[in-house]
Design a protein around this ligand. Structure first.
Ligand code: AMP
Ligand code: MG
Length: 396
């Protein structure tokens, strides 16, 4: 069977994704790192009225008497006070952020003025409208300010506040069940018996799901026993929007996930043209979508970031599922391979260094590095060859 290209695998998965999370209203203070559920249209102008960008004097541009003539100062307007109306031929003392009085259209900065007793000389006049921030300059009423699917960062919270919203429509958090498969696994904190290893994928996946803002339903370790796996998978499917497991999806005799998922739903085993991470299972348990990641920790990490992430983002209703790698030159040589390789790399002096051991079991490669470099199928790498670089933080 021909290997499935990475982009094809991602596209096939995404084609089956239907948003799983309803929209709910949360207070603005609780909206950080949530996904916006609906388009936000501003009901107000920002700023709501013409206001001064400077400390200085506001006047009607046409009223300026020239650089030597004093004008009477008829008003004093601080930020926060109602501005009133400017009588013809007069100026208003005004401060940054204060609304312009009716009749004024221009502000002279204070550095270009000389004040007298109840009067001011405006030594220089900017163009009409100078030093004024017009109403609606930042945001016009009726304008869409945020599109559905965006992740709400601190700046988005500030923006939502600036248009007066105290409650935000966000998507319910995606509920992701995680399961670790393998008889050899025990939990950190226990002591290792012969044949055992510590379960690292559980914590790796917990971390990823938390970073992506999902709710984690952790089902712990399912042993390599079909009855136990079936029980755990059925329970997980009943409570989650999506199931993710690691391990047990190769075709070894002890890999029972395949049989169980086929009994409870349906399953495709994909051989993806990627390294690490060739075997990947995809299907559903009852009606809940299921992704079975490889057991080797570096493979689990890479397939979660590259293959599962776009699908999970679609289920969550979050935009930005696909991340474009940044071009960055290699500092090493490597021959081409038929599969797309995701090398654990680190940027040093504008070049990508790769960890000396790229084995799919070596998680230290990912901790040493700051991202993945994409080597496309057949690509020969020499020092200076531009690679696609995916810094981890862009994938979180
Ligand atoms: P499998 O996909 O079950 O054949 O596992 C492939 C390799 O990954 C084996 O060496 C497993 O021991 C290892 N492995 C599977 N699951 C985990 C896990 N949760 N933590 C650490 N290593 C694992
Ligand atoms: Mg196993």
């Amino acid at each position: 069977m021909a290997l499935l290209p990475v982009a094809e695998a991602i596209a096939q998965l995404r084609a089956t994704a239907t948003p799983a999370c309803a929209v709910e209203a949360v207070p603005l203070v609780a909206a950080l790192d949530r996904v916006l559920g609906e388009s936000v249209i501003s009901a107000v102008h920002v700023p709501p009225a013409d206001n001064s960008a400077m400390d200085g004097y506001a006047l009607r541009h046409a009223d300026w008497p020239g650089p030597d003539q004093a004008m009477p100062v008829a008003l004093r307007i601080a930020a926060g006070s109602a501005p009133g109306t400017l009588p013809p031929g007069t100026a208003a003392r005004i401060f940054t952020g204060a609304e312009l009085p009716a009749g004024a259209d221009t502000v002279v900065m204070q550095e270009h003025t000389r004040s007298g007793d109840g009067t001011v000389v405006l030594e220089q006049l900017p163009a009409s409208g100078g030093n004024v921030r017009p109403r609606g300059q930042d945001i016009a009423a009726g304008q869409e300010v945020l599109a559905p699917g965006v992740l709400l960062r601190p700046q988005e919270l500030g923006l939502l506040a600036s248009i007066g919203l105290s409650s935000v429509p966000v998507r319910r958090r995606l509920r992701v069940a995680i399961i670790s498969n393998g008889d050899e696994l025990i939990e950190p904190g226990e002591s290792l018996a012969p044949g055992q290893i510590y379960n690292s994928n559980r914590y790796l996946l917990q971390g990823l799901m938390a970073r992506w803002g999902f709710e984690v339903l952790d089902h712990g370790i399912a042993s390599d026993d079909p009855a136990r796996i079936e029980q755990v998978f059925a329970a997980a499917a009943a409570s989650a929007d999506v199931l993710i497991s690691t391990g047990g999806v190769s075709v070894g005799e002890e890999d029972h996930v395949k049989g169980v998922v086929e009994r409870l739903g349906e399953l495709s085993l994909w051989k993806i043209a990627m390294k690490p991470g060739k075997p990947l299972a995809f299907g559903r348990v009852a009606d809940t979508p299921f992704i079975g990641l490889p057991g080797n920790p570096a493979s689990a990490l890479v397939t979660a970031l590259v293959i599962a992430r776009p699908f999970l983002f679609d289920l969550q209703g979050r935009s930005g599922a696909l991340v474009e790698p940044l071009p960055m030159p290699a500092a090493f040589s490597k021959t081409g391979s038929p599969r797309q390789e995701y090398l654990r790399v680190r940027r040093e002096d504008g070049q990508l260094q790769r960890y000396h051991n790229q084995s799919s079991g070596v998680l230290l490669s990912a901790c040493w590095g700051d991202g993945l470099a994409v080597q496309t199928p057949g690509q020969e790498i020499e020092p200076g060859t531009p690679l696609g670089w995916l810094p981890y933080e862009r994938l979180y």
